[in-house]
Design a protein around this ligand. Structure first.
Ligand SMILES: *Cc1c(COP(=O)(O)O)cnc(C)c1O
Length: 236
């Protein structure tokens, strides 16, 4: 496909997603603005560039090497890079070298390397971090995220780490459950965290298939990939 053809395709998909977000925000009776993070994993830096030209300011990636390469290739665009994938502690400092937001902080072991990576970088201020909460029912096979009963402690630890800022929470709705019910648990958790940490206002939830439910539950950020960029290859 030509660059013009791809740009037109992305523009149309992006407009449709933005319209969904606005409609969901209105339907929820909210008058704030929900931010869109476009998840560009598996798609080339050329798409990131086109998206920036279409007004996208924040992009999400879930794999370190792919993210680092794309962030370097598009460094001139001034995008905000959200790291949303599983984080290995031996990669955390490297992720902090380009990420503006780390959404997938799920255990205390990541704090020191993230802070170190941020300190080595030539930018002012702390790294915005979201604690990723597991919404899986107790006893479910382990998926990513901090168990709910450990969230308060992890949030305190982030807030107490120089170079990191506790910006809020992130979650992915579990498979096989109504996302509205899962996001309701997340909203409860977020309210408890905000009572202790008033600055932790970000709630990142909702993807292509469930952004309406997330916005209804108070998401401030939605992370949308396939509805903007098209289907990804099956192998993840
Ligand atoms: C891939 C991914 C998304 C986007 O998913 P889509 O269904 O393509 O919108 C959002 N959040 C996380 C954590 C992801 O890994």
């Amino acid at each position: 496909m030509s660059a013009e053809g791809r740009e037109a395709e992305l523009a149309a998909a992006l407009a449709a997603v933005r319209a969904r977000v606005v409609a969901a925000t209105r339907a929820a009776g909210r008058d704030d603005e929900v931010e869109l993070v476009v998840v560009t994993k598996f798609f080339p830096a050329s798409d990131v560039r086109l998206l920036a030209g279409l007004g996208v300011g924040a992009v999400g990636e879930n794999r370190h090497q792919e993210a680092a390469a794309k962030a370097a290739e598009t460094a001139d665009l001034g995008l905000r890079w959200h790291f949303i994938g599983g984080l290995q502690s031996n990669k955390a400092a490297a992720v902090a070298a380009y990420a503006d937001v780390v959404e997938s902080l799920d255990r205390p072991k990541l704090l020191a390397p993230l802070a170190r990576g941020r300190a080595e970088r030539d930018v002012a201020g702390p790294l915005d971090c979201l604690v990723q909460v597991s919404l899986d029912p107790p006893g479910a096979e382990h998926r990513a995220g901090c168990p709910p009963e450990q969230v308060a402690e992890l949030c305190d630890a982030v807030a107490g780490t120089d170079g990191l800022r506790l910006a809020g929470l992130m979650a992915v709705a579990p498979l096989g459950e109504d996302p509205a019910a899962a996001f309701a648990r997340l909203a409860d958790q977020a309210a408890r965290v905000r009572a202790e940490h008033p600055g932790a206002t970000v709630l990142s939830a909702g993807m292509s298939g469930d952004l309406e439910e997330a916005v209804a539950a108070g998401a401030t950020h939605v992370r949308v990939g396939s509805a903007v960029l098209g289907a990804r290859p099956r192998v993840q």
